[in-house]
Design a protein around this ligand. Sequence first.
Ligand SMILES: [Zn+2]
Length: 136
Amino acid sequence: MWFTEWGTPKKRHALVLRFLIKTRPVPGSECIEWIGAIDNHGYGVFRSPLNKRRGTSVYGTSKAHRVAYWFVRGPVPSNRSIDHECRFTRCVNPYHLRLVIPYINTALGNIDRHNNPVYDLVSEEDLDAFLEDEVL
Ligand SMILES: [Zn+2]
């Protein structure tokens, strides 16, 4: 569901404000730092309707960057995950996030880029295009 279709204008404003007070700008960067709760992997967490407990009105926690993406850019398809292009896991700037194919993103993250001659055969641009390729 798109954020603009969720709840009422008053509920949307309240949710956005509750989110915003847990953020601050990062000087000298366009990153927006999450200063609320952080999970074990270094990602911000936020109670939101993206993860509503079944049969109740209680919100579960979602990753804060995922909520930021939903607010501004839309729902994340089930076959995609979100990658921080800025590499700052606490960043919630929706324009620093991109949708990628999850298993490829994980596999590339596990490569030692500096010690793998095969890696040198492709440019960063090639890798980015591959990660975002809808055809795969
Ligand atoms: Zn960022």
